[in-house]
Design a binder for this molecule. Structure first.
Ligand code: KG4
Ligand code: ZN
Length: 423
């Protein structure tokens, strides 16, 4: 039987997106109309502007997605399912996409699948795990059983898709979320932020430090901060004044993210430095050191909670196969390499313990060497989907529609939006 074809529509926030994706993992088309230029001058997303822009743009975006997909003479009739974001998101914006999808599906007599935006972010890694920018770095010939290359990226061709259960760390301007994906439709949230998102923290910190915008560099202020911090001469200069959130002894196991305190600490240091400087400014060397210190603390915070998450899952008898890092902040190289360390170290401690046990046992009872246990032990892989698929897009909605459809999860034509929708 031929692969299934899905049309996906996403309008939950400020981008109008449509895409056509197949069940054998081909992206036939992908159209995204950004509204950045509308909201940027307003200093944030204005729901009413976003709503009107979606209404104006969606018909064209869907039309383009269908045309670019090259579906042949029958055009949209070739599509097997229609998938659409149902929530969470801005109510009016969700409504535009959902109504379009419902009408299309009903008129064409196709199955309709309403998708949870966060489930879609989590499942994207099962569509593709290859980061085209990093493929060459990943091709170091690691054995197929370990699958973690030195950088943690999976080389093209052998791309394994994360098997359930896996962890997803979703870090962007809108989300700061660590969750376990148990199966399609079944997730547990391990940690979310109690205040700012991590992307907001990077952005505000970049603004505080007057970090120059780098034209032509994707990733916004967060990426500029990362670049700026690279040439810090003394990255630990301010570390004794910067807290690692939620890390006090009593908070160690507390599964929550928080960035407000770290952000205030940065503000405090900037104010102090400016007040004590004869020019009323903060020199570049110090600003670079503070940027590096902030990044270190923010990343350490994430690392501590991911590590705790791995321990908690392990204690509950779950065998986590992979850690999927997604979202704009997931582009951060420091974050990626520190996560890589944690995932390999976590495995290392684990297997060395049983190695030691095994060798002490070997002396007395050689027949009890647990070779099977050692052989079945796998490392936790770090998987980073391509940056383009980490931000909001319709490809992930179409793919999730396919995953749900294959599990028999179809919705009636009269479903409603769910603007606030826990996973
Ligand atoms: O997922 P995303 O592109 O979009 C939304 O959340 O809407 O995430 C954008 C966020 C911004 O806060 C940006 O500053 C941050 O991701 N970001 C980074 C890096 N690249 C983008 N933060 C830290 N390091 C980076 N390399
Ligand atoms: Zn999103």
């Amino acid at each position: 039987s031929r692969p299934l074809i899905a049309l996906g529509i996403e309008t939950s926030c400020d981008d109008t997106c449509a895409a056509v994706v197949t069940s054998d993992r081909r992206i036939l088309s992908e159209v995204l109309r950004t509204q950045h230029h509308l909201h940027e001058p307003m200093g944030g997303i204005v729901p009413k502007l976003a709503h009107h822009a979606h209404m104006r743009n969606l018909p064209d975006v869907v039309k383009e997605a269908i045309q670019q997909a090259g579906l042949g003479e029958r055009g949209i009739q070739e599509v097997d399912i229609i998938a659409v974001t149902r929530g969470p998101g801005l109510a009016h914006c969700l409504g535009v996409g959902l109504n379009a999808a419902k009408t299309l599906a009903a008129a064409l007599n196709k199955p309709l699948i309403g998708v949870h935006h966060m489930e879609a972010h989590a499942l994207t890694a099962r569509l593709t795990t290859v980061d085209p920018n990093l493929v060459s770095e990943g091709q170091d010939g690691d054995s197929a059983t370990t699958m973690t290359t030195s950088k943690g990226y999976v080389p093209a061709g052998s791309a394994p898709h994360p098997e359930f259960p896996f962890l997803t760390l979703l870090v962007s301007g809108g989300h700061t979320l660590l969750l376990v994906a148990h199966s399609v439709d079944r997730y547990t949230t391990l940690a979310t932020t109690v205040d700012d998102s991590i992307g907001e923290a990077f952005d505000k910190c970049a603004r505080q430090l007057d970090i120059p915008w780098l034209p032509g560099r994707a990733g916004g202020p967060g990426a500029s901060l990362e670049e700026f911090a690279k040439s810090s001469q003394n990255p630990s200069r301010y570390l004794d004044q910067l807290p690692i959130p939620m890390s006090l002894r009593t908070n160690k196991r507390l599964m929550k993210f928080s960035f407000a305190g770290l952000k205030s600490a940065v503000t405090r240091i900037v104010d102090q430095e400016k007040a004590s400087s004869p020019t009323g400014g903060m020199d570049e060397e110090k600003r670079r050191d503070l940027a590096a210190g902030f990044q270190h603390c923010a990343v350490t915070h994430l690392c501590q909670k991911v590590e705790q998450g791995l321990v908690d899952c392990h204690e509950q008898g779950m065998h986590i196969s992979s850690l999927v890092i997604s979202g704009g902040v997931g582009r951060n190289a420091t974050l990626r390499s520190r996560m890589d360390e944690i995932c390999s170290e976590f495995e290392y401690k684990d297997s060395s313990k049983s190695n030691r046990k095994a060798s002490s046992k070997t002396k007395n009872t050689p027949q009890s060497v647990p070779t099977v246990a050692l052989r079945t032990r796998r490392s936790v892989r770090v998987i980073c989907p391509p940056p383009k698929l980490c931000t909001d897009n319709a490809v992930m909605i179409a793919w999730t529609g396919l995953e749900r459809y294959q599990q028999g999860l179809v919705d009636p034509y009269d479903i409603d939006i769910v603007p606030k929708w826990p996973l």
